[in-house]
Design a protein around this ligand. Structure first.
Ligand code: HEC
Length: 174
């Protein structure tokens, strides 16, 4: 009897540990962004690379644009508009000189990714749900937390400039 009771305690404790670990495994339970209700897609950091970009001015960052499988397939096949289920992510890091690399090159020329900055942005294709914004839902997260509504009101009006490319600026880098 006592052994069964001990075993039960062990199982319950283990279950508690597993439950308490769950949220750290991909942010899937995180808060939804305003207006479009997009959540951080699980494992987006493992998606494949579409291209990179560098913004100067106030943004001053290095960025990578990644796509989930549906987005990558559409890019490689030149399929537009993007099919439902396509998600494109924009990651950004501060643009910092690398002393270590400069020493190797023997002159100041090297810049690398510093800490993350300017949030992580997503465009999620769902032609019915987001019909009024070209079929795309937009979201920005700063340190894992959704940016406010005012920020989300700026996305579509700027991306509308590339309406003829299904509202997506980035070209696939071969
Ligand atoms: C002032 C114009 C402007 C605004 C506002 C803007 N974007 Fe963009 N976005 C761009 C440009 C230009 C690029 C491509 C170059 C780059 O990544 O810097 C881009 C790239 C992206 C990408 C990669 C796919 C693509 O279109 O190239 C995503 C995802 C994205 N933006 C999401 C958002 C979200 C979400 C918001 C609102 C929170 C937003 N953007 C607001 C101009 C804008």
């Amino acid at each position: 009897m006592r052994r069964i009771a001990l075993l039960l305690v062990a199982v319950v404790t283990l279950a508690g540990v597993v439950v308490s670990m769950a949220p750290s495994s991909g942010h899937a339970d995180g808060e939804a962004a305003p207006i479009f209700g997009v959540k951080i897609p699980p494992r987006y950091r493992d998606w494949r690379l579409i291209s990179v970009a560098h913004e100067e001015g106030n943004l001053n960052d290095l960025r990578a644009i990644l796509g989930n499988d549906v987005a990558i397939k559409a890019y490689r096949e030149g399929k537009r508009p993007f099919p439902d289920g396509a998600i494109i992510a924009r990651l950004a890091w501060s643009y910092v000189p690398s002393e270590e690399n400069n020493k190797a090159f023997g002159r100041p020329q090297s810049f690398v990714a510093g800490p993350p900055t300017n949030g992580v942005q997503f465009m999620v294709k769902d032609s019915r749900k987001y019909a009024s914004t070209g079929g795309w839902g937009f979201a920005q997260f700063n340190d894992g937390k959704p940016a406010d509504e005012a920020v989300h009101n700026t996305c579509f009006s700027c991306h509308e400039r590339v309406k003829d490319r299904d509202f997506v600026f980035t070209h696939y880098a071969p």
